[in-house]
Design a protein around this ligand. Structure first.
Ligand SMILES: NC(=O)c1ccc[n+]([C@@H]2O[C@H](COP(=O)([O-])OP(=O)(O)OC[C@H]3O[C@@H](n4cnc5c(N)ncnc54)[C@H](O)[C@@H]3O)[C@@H](O)[C@H]2O)c1
Ligand SMILES: NC(=O)c1ccc[n+]([C@@H]2O[C@H](COP(=O)([O-])OP(=O)(O)OC[C@H]3O[C@@H](n4cnc5c(N)ncnc54)[C@H](O)[C@@H]3O)[C@@H](O)[C@H]2O)c1
Lengths: 202, 202
C-alpha cells in the first residue's frame, strides 16, 4: 500500500511531466522534479522507487518514459467512472471541468433532487433524480462519487450512494459521513483550506 | 508557529462544536471530539493545548466556552477580506458560497478579463476588470485571493495579485506559481484529490 501523500506527489510529477512534453523537453533531473514540489531530490527518488526502478541518481530521467511508466503503474489507461450527487454551484463547476479526463476520470452521471434540475442537461449529461441512483450506478458500473449536496442531506445521500454500490466518495460537505468500511471517504473542506491559509498572514 | 495540520484539525473541531451548540449539547469529551476526526483523545488535548489551557483530561469540555475560546485564538472576529480572480465555473461557485462567512472570511471583490463578465453582478458583487485589481485591492484592504483562472493565465494573474499587495493565494490552477516569499500560496488540486481517492479502491 503506497501512502496517500506519495500518490499525490507522484500525480503532480505526472502532471508536470505532461506539461514538459508539450514544451518539448526530453530529459529532467530529480532536482528539477523536486523543485516543483518543494521537496528534495532524494524524496523524488524515494517516491518513484515505490513505482518501480526508474533512472539512476545523477543521470536524470527520460520525460516520456517516466511519464508513461507512472501512468501505467497508476492505472491511467483504466478509465474510472464517477458520478456527482448535487448539481448546485459546486456540482455544476465540477461536472464542467475537463481536467479530470487527463487523469483517467470520467463523469458518467449527475443527480439532484430538485425537479427544476432533473432532466436538464449539464455539459451533455442529463441530470437524473437522486432516487434513480442505484439502477444508474449499476448499469454504468460507476464506482466513485462526488458529494456536493447541502450539509442537511449529506448523510442520507451518502447512504444511498453506499447502497448503490459506490466504493469511494469525495465529500465536499462539512459533515463527517458515517458509512461502512467498504466505502472510502476523502474530505475536501474549501472553507477550512482558505481559513487555514489566513493564519499564515497574521 | 502552530503547524498547518493542527490549525486544520482545530478548525474542524470549531465547526463541529458550532454544530453541537445548534443541537443543544452542552458538554463534550475529548474522546467524542477525537472520533470526529478519527484521531485520539490525547491528540485532541495536544491540539487544544496550542491554543491555551482548556479543560482537564477526563472531565471533558464546555462546548460554548471551548468554541468561543478557539474562535478568539483563531481570530474569528477579525474579518478577512478575500477577492476571487477568474469568474468561471469554479469562481462563481466559490463566490456564491455562504460557508466562508461562518469562518470570518468575506468575498469583497471578483475579477475577470472577459468583457462579457465585466460589470455583471455575481451574488451581489460587480465583476471588475482584472486590470483594476491593484486600486480595488488597496481601496478595500483585501489581503487574500482565490485564483480560478485557466492554467495559461495563472502565473501572470498571480503576479498582478502580488503587485497589488495580496499576501496569500489559494491556487486552484494546476500551475506551480513562482512568487516572492512575501506571498503565501496554498494549492488545491481537485483532480489530484479525486484521482488519489481512486487508488484506494483498486
Ligand atoms: N460552493 C462552494 O464553493 C463550496 C465551498 C465549500 C463547500 N461547499 C459545500 O458543497 C456542498 C454544495 O455546495 P453548493 O454551493 O454547490 O450548494 P448549492 O445549494 O448550490 O447546491 C446543492 C445542490 O444539492 C441539491 N440537493 C439538495 N438535497 C439533495 C438530495 N437529497 N439529493 C440530491 N441533491 C440534493 C440541491 O437541489 C442543489 O442543486 C455544500 O455542502 C457546501 O457546504 C461548497
Ligand atoms: N471547475 C472545476 O471543477 C475545477 C476543478 C479543478 C481545477 N480547476 C481549475 O480552476 C481553474 C478555473 O476552472 P474553471 O472550470 O472555473 O474554468 P473556466 O474556464 O470556467 O473559468 C476561467 C475564468 O477565468 C477567466 N480568465 C481567463 N484569463 C483571465 C485573466 N488573465 N484574468 C482574469 N480572468 C481570466 C475566464 O474569462 C473565465 O471566466 C482552472 O485553472 C482549472 O484548472 C477547476
Amino acid at each position: 500500500k503506497i501512502p496517500k501523500k506519495t500518490i499525490q506527489r507522484v500525480l503532480i510529477y505526472h502532471r508536470y511531466l505532461t506539461f514538459l512534453l508539450q514544451q518539448g523537453t526530453r530529459d529532467i533531473s530529480s532536482k528539477s522534479l523536486a523543485d516543483i514540489l518543494e521537496t528534495t531530490p532524494s524524496q523524488v527518488r524515494k517516491d518513484l522507487s515505490c513505482f518501480g526502478r526508474f533512472g539512476k541518481s545523477g543521470s536524470g530521467y527520460d520525460v516520456l518514459e517516466l511519464r508513461d511508466l507512472i501512468g501505467k503503474r497508476l492505472g491511467f489507461e483504466k478509465l474510472r467512472k464517477v458520478c456527482i450527487a448535487g448539481m448546485g454551484n459546486l456540482g455544476v463547476a465540477l461536472a464542467g471541468y475537463r481536467g479530470f479526463e487527463d487523469l483517467g476520470l470520467t463523469i458518467q452521471a449527475v443527480f439532484d433532487s430538485d425537479p427544476k434540475k432533473i432532466n436538464r442537461k449539464f455539459d451533455g449529461l442529463v441530470c437524473r433524480d437522486i432516487k434513480e441512483i442505484a439502477p444508474v450506478v449499476k448499469k454504468n458500473q460507476i464506482d466513485m462519487a462526488v458529494l456536493t449536496v447541502p450539509a442537511g442531506s449529506a448523510q442520507e445521500v451518502a447512504r444511498r450512494l453506499e447502497n448503490a454500490g459506490i466504493r469511494a466518495i469525495l465529500n465536499f460537505t462539512p459533515v463527517k459521513l458515517t458509512l461502512s468500511s467498504r466505502v472510502k471517504v476523502s474530505n475536501v473542506d474549501l472553507a477550512v483550506e482558505l481559513k487555514t491559509l489566513s493564519f499564515f498572514i497574521r
